[in-house]
Design a protein. Sequence first.
Length: 157
Amino acid sequence: MDSTFYIFSGIMYLVIAVIIALVGFLFFRRFKKLNDVLNGALDMSASTNGTISSLAEVRRRNRSFRWTNEYPVITYTVDGKPYTVNLDYAEKRKGHYSLGGDYRVCYNPSDPSCCIVDEFRKPLTRTRTQNIVIAVILFLFALNLLWGSIAVIIAAF
């Protein structure tokens, strides 16, 4: 086969590697966001009861499907002052949360607006772990494709 086939194949491998690396980066970014929330939870030593006051809808779509997710907006009171916090990191499919549900809210005593719902910690930890594992696998696969594309392009010359 001539060298243009090898160069074209190498470029295609390179494009696929970049796409896979971008998807891996999205998983890593989600991991980082959840990691920041869970690491910040270490400073949240005070707790109170809170309720889901509303559900914020998020519409998602891809080429074939459209669906609606939602995340809870939780309201709680600290020292007589009400706080309302959007828990966008706890996004789930529509119907997962119910309005008025009572939850234990852990918050930072120096900044009561910084909180985490205690019942969400375990699922968030599991999701965080899944995201980093998927990101590492995708990065390794992209790296493998990158080296393969370089080898194919070099073979053309």
